[in-house]
Design a protein around this ligand. Sequence first.
Ligand code: ZN
Length: 468
Amino acid sequence: MIRITPYGAAGEVTGSAYLLETDEATILVDFGMFQGDKDDDARNVVPGRVHRADVHAVLLTHGHLDHSGRLPLLVRDGYRGPIYCTAATRDITEIILNDAAHIQESDFERKQRRAQRGGRKLSRTDEPLYDHEDVEQTLGQMVVSEYSTAIQVARGVSAVFHEAGHLLGSTSLEVRIRDGEGERIVVFSGDLGPLHLPYLRDPEPPRKADVIVLESTYGDRDHRSLEETLVEFEKIIVDAVERKGKIFIPSFAIGRAQQIMYHIADLVRRKRIPSVPIFLDSPMAIKADAVYRKHTELFDTESASMVDNGQLRHDLRGLRVCVTADESKAINEEQGPFIVIAGSGMCTAGRIMHHIRNSISDPKAHFVIVGYQARGSLGRKLVDGVAGVKVFGEYHNVRAQIHTLGGFSAHAGQTELVEWCSAVAQSGVSSILLTHGEDDARLALRKKLEHRLGVVGYMPTYSEHCEV
Ligand SMILES: [Zn+2]
């Protein structure tokens, strides 16, 4: 028997978690946080069935919060077994989980102050989900594994990590399960990157599978091409520099910020834009940079050689990092042209909020949106062209120029998903489970895959047992 039960990312893109049960072992693949909805706190728990299961091992595909964010809850719940992942995933998860614990603790303190003022008592649901100690314990249980090497993870179960090209250290998982005299293979795609993402190697699909669990974030479309996006990006910078304007780029700290800097370096090197000051105004992105520098062995050959021969550092000679709040505030005194990269990526918190307050009414300022903006976020409002925004309780007219660039995704588009899945399924596959995507995306991908492979993908719901 092999049974796969999703406890998240079924018909949506966050909360990735799969319980994989065999006759001999119970494995958890990813245990991510639900994000983006105000009701998510109630869903960020260890589901009863996972709680009762005797989990023998956890396999973590990559460090993003929506794949790793519930692990400290599992540990708090008493799990003391191994969490297998790559070395870079361990390092990235350390930054991400500590940041999550920090956000929860400061939210809790804010609620406490408010409750004290109002003479109210806090309820249990107001408490942080976990703290830094839980995170430390979780990190201590991580067992670092190499790419492309089979490791025994539980009785009758071994696993191989394959490059997923989505984030530094990201993987697709090939899980080999003893089945009588033979073996069955379940492949979890994890989040898949597009081809040619800066720094990262392209995804390397496993060559064989009986069952594929496939992400479908962009199952219904292909992205705007990176070439077109870079041409637009270049034009924005050139125009802004000519008018001595300020350019602000709200960005996720890990992955996206490094990608944007890489493209800026490339434009400088090709003399498409002049070298201007670039402020990396994000303590988390600075930490992520250190992880990238530590793991250059994972870079594609082009990036590795540009790091080795100092080319990248030369191209980014305008880079200044702002660790402290004072360094961040000092940017206000600077005259343009310059570029600021700051979090959060959806303008919901972080230092970008100060830059929005100070510059959103300046017609010479440019805000360049380079990532996904969830409904309800301030970033989404800017994309939608609102006339004014409220920041720190004050209303500001939007007079800055807002640009939206759609081609920087770290997820494979529809065509790339189909190609990846076809490569894995080349010697025949019995089932495909479509997860990590909204239903429109899953349906569109299912249709494409049926046409290409003759297999009808299944679309499981939360906690649905899938016998495969
Ligand atoms: Zn991811």
